[in-house]
Design a protein around this ligand. Sequence first.
Ligand SMILES: Cc1ncc(COP(=O)(O)O)c(C=O)c1O
Length: 384
Amino acid sequence: MKLFDVYPINNIVIDKAKGSYVWDDKGEQYLDLYGGHAVISIGHTHPHYVERLTSQLNKVGFYSNSVKMPLQDELAEKLGKLSGKPDYQLFLVSSGAEANENALKLASFHNGRKKIIAFTKSFHGRTSLAVAATDNPAIVAPVNQTPNVIFLPFNDEAALEACFKEQGNEISSVIIEGIQGVGGINVASESFLQAIRRLCDQYGAVFIADSVQCGYGRSGKFFSQDYAGVNADIYTMAKGMGNGFPVAGIIIAPHLQPKHGMLGTTFGGNHLACAAALAVLEVIEKENLLQNAAEVGEYIMSELKKIPQLQNVRGRGLMIGFDVPEQFKDLRKNLLWKHKIFTGEAKPNVIRLLPSLALRKKDADQLLEAIKEEIEVGAESITK
Ligand SMILES: Cc1ncc(COP(=O)(O)O)c(C=O)c1O
């Protein structure tokens, strides 16, 4: 049997990983500023994480949600404390798309409505509702198409206001990434998030903060929407939550009421998943990683802004993007193959940095020097 060929892949086999570094099967070291797509939050193979998962596996790895699981209560308590939302309720799943699918569904159960507002350049996952709310027709299969999703321009308060004015009583939910990831690192303005809160309250719609990529401390605050000083009704999270173990979840404001059988999943919240998620939160707390993400992110952004050839340096914490002019279009490729640095991208010309929240300034310097060198080489080749 061969693999279903859907991923464009780099010809690299990763064999070992530690902190912000990975090694290939030939022993070559790489700086990982991509984190396997924003997944590595506390650093690869963190000793506390390895220990907690190993000891859990030696006790019990899995049982379903048909029995009591004190680990889930422990996780809910810790998550409530660190996220500053202790009165929210936790529902555990296994992926970002599944989290968004459940959030959209729960909103609809709650208010009995069908329409969803999503935004240009959004990415919410590949399952049916999540992909329908994703602004990329190329990944929406005919069976996923629905008239229930309304796309509005990102950060456009007047368009949002007008849409609510016209059909506010039909809107079930508004779903937004606090910082768009796949769309190219676009930060939702604080006033836009505040407008969503106000209009959802006014019209009885549910505010869903897709924090799958920008959540869990990546922005320097637990949720990037926290910068706006508003609470969403549902936060969805995945990626950094398990530092690579597939665990995801939604946290739900107290006014949204559960009912037996309303949501469900086989794998969500199993023993190993909870151990992974708890280990991540324990390390985030002990090592003060939100503060580190804020500080190191600020440092990287201020240094990148000093390089005039890079355009629109933007982001928050360790979720950073910048535009690469056509003249340096091979920059990302050269960072990987010449300088051994993994970065992310967004089409057509954005480099995305999504490293571990424990990244140190001296690791970041390696990137900054490599970029400066590449810019110099690129500029020289033009003048020759
Ligand atoms: C903001 C956002 N939401 C949802 C998803 C989907 O997550 P998953 O791939 O775990 O289903 C992603 C994945 O990149 C994402 O960036």
